[in-house]
Design a protein around this ligand. Sequence first.
Ligand code: WTA
Length: 701
Amino acid sequence: MAVRQDVVPGAETTEAQIAVHWKEEEYVYPPAKFIGQANLSDPAIAERFQEKNFPECFREYADMLTWDKYWHTTLDASNPPFWKWFVGGKLNACYNCVDRHLPKYKNKAALIFVPEPEDEPVAFITYQELYTRVNEVAAVLRDFCGLKTGDRVTIHMPMIPELPITMLACARLGIIHSVVFGGFSGEAAGLRAADSGSRVMIYADGYYRNGKIADHKASADIAVEHAEKEGQKIDKVLVWRRHRGQYLSAKPMVEGRDYFMDDILKDFRLRKVDPVSMDAEAPLFLMYTSGTTGKPKGCQHRTGGYLAYVTGTAKYYQDIHPEDVYWCMADIGWITGHSYIVYGPLALAGSSVIFEGVPTYPDAGRPWRIAEQLAVNIFHTSPTAIRMLRKTGPDEPKKYNYHFKHMTTVGEPIEPESWRWYHEVVGKREAAIVDTWWQTENGGFLCSTKPALDPMKPGSAGPPVLGIFPIIYDEQGKEVQAGSGRAGNICIRNPWPGIMQTVWKDDERFVKQYYTKYCKNRESKDWHDWPYFASDGAVLAPDGYYRILGRVDDVINVAGHRLGTKEIESACLTVPGVAEAAVVPVVDEIKGRMPVVYIALRPGVSDGKRVEQEIVTTLETMIGKIARPKAVHIVTDLPKTRSGKIMRRVLAAITNSMDTGDVTTLANPDVVDQIWQEVQGTGPVVKKEGPEDLKRFGEVE
Ligand code: WTA
């Protein structure tokens, strides 16, 4: 066990003794009006989802779907950790999200598109229109692009309705979509396209962001070039035009490779494509995410289990009814958008709002105007957006006449103070709030209160969701008990239908990253021996509520988005003059965490300012603006162990004015004082406390 110096300098304390200083918050109870109408208001549900009823309890979720063929085995766990769900079952995800709603809801909005320019009218896409458009696009993919079941397609698009339409068209044919967040660079999209083996990429020409037009087609050219460098030829680039017939990009179309969707669709008017009946275990999509080692990994999600899980959790935890107007302000390019803008809400015949722009443009009242205009009653966002809206427009919500019955926060830990503003000012004390903890790998929520049944506790995600059985382990694999006040690594003991199938083309990485840490016997065929390791620190209160502290690996959660420090570091190393780079998180008032870059220059390089500038632009082009560092520090040397490993934990401590702990084992302990001097302009200023994730940064690799 690591011995650290804590609170009293000089006194030695073991990790076990480091209490997590956190005042228990008071419960807040859901309003009676909410409880009266909730999808989940019967406390007997807890009984049905008890461990003794696992895995059959998940039938309740799968039964919310329409199956072409019913499954014979709910869970096949015979080859851990490669679980199979609803084995033998057949279904189509697009059919479940679109076709099956037509008899009852054809004239109801499925998607409501809110353009960023406020003078451009909102577009309501009914289930009937969605059906027509998805069929036409499926026909293009099949007959114009020659794509078939099992092929992969990379979609790099902003928040316009053509994004979910394209995803659903893929799902209709069993084509595996891989959506790359629109804010990622062309290079990042190209590398992901190559990894997934996509020969078709789908783009938009441009979109509105912060009052300006972003030229997105420019990214397509860069993506194709990078995919080809990786050995993946891109045959076709389909380009949706934000305004039909009008081209927003300055980049020319490449003859024989690039096609405007509005042109091609003319030949596919009203075409119908039968949904392909897919095995429950057939992959539905890939979503790339950052992890501990080098390049992003393609999380491969299955059709039946995933769709059942997001539908069940969207119904019970988001409380979506067909008559609600549901707005999740996340981007579809992240897992939250996949599960809780597209698949979950549409499987429930919900009306899901898609907002193109940034929430503070043209002012911080925009989200609340949209809420009033559309009568949004379910609202879903992240702590970063909450902090930003609170900072820029603390009194704005009061000016608008909207009423939320339900609100969600997701993506990062939320401080109780921001939670309270969200509850009192945004929610006007009328809404039930769920703080949902989960990850790209998980498909859907893992911890959350049941909105009508459990009280809320500001800053705590709450109890595990139905059918999820977590455990907190310390580094030695001993269980950390509820109420001990100690933090440990949160794991999930059991498989669940939303968990990813594997890492695309890399089963070994899947096993290594998520299952080996606490697996006592790799030969075991019993799922009880295979806890899922989430890479998050957590504390369990005596009441069974989990408080999630953040990552314990070297992932930096920027505004709710995961960035790998290794990816950022390797991008920095491409800048001429850089000898070594280390990246650590720093606390940011709005974004939660931001990367800070430490650089050692090659001998003879003196133009530090230029290198700093180049690092910023390199990160923007190789990863995207989201990776923009809060600071770049040029230092004489980086702290290293005797074996030459960079001690990121020490840099993280200095960056955040925290105790660096014992540094005597470093190969170059003197550099610690130098860095304090260079970075903070002082000798060590020890703040006694710092966030748990920063204390443990990089602990798990
Ligand atoms: C963090 C987003 C605290 C966590 C759905 C996790 C949270 C990572 C919460 C996954 C929450 C997500 N409270 N932390 N409610 N939700 N996280 O893959 O560190 O983009 O591991 O999935 O975000 O990020 P991802």
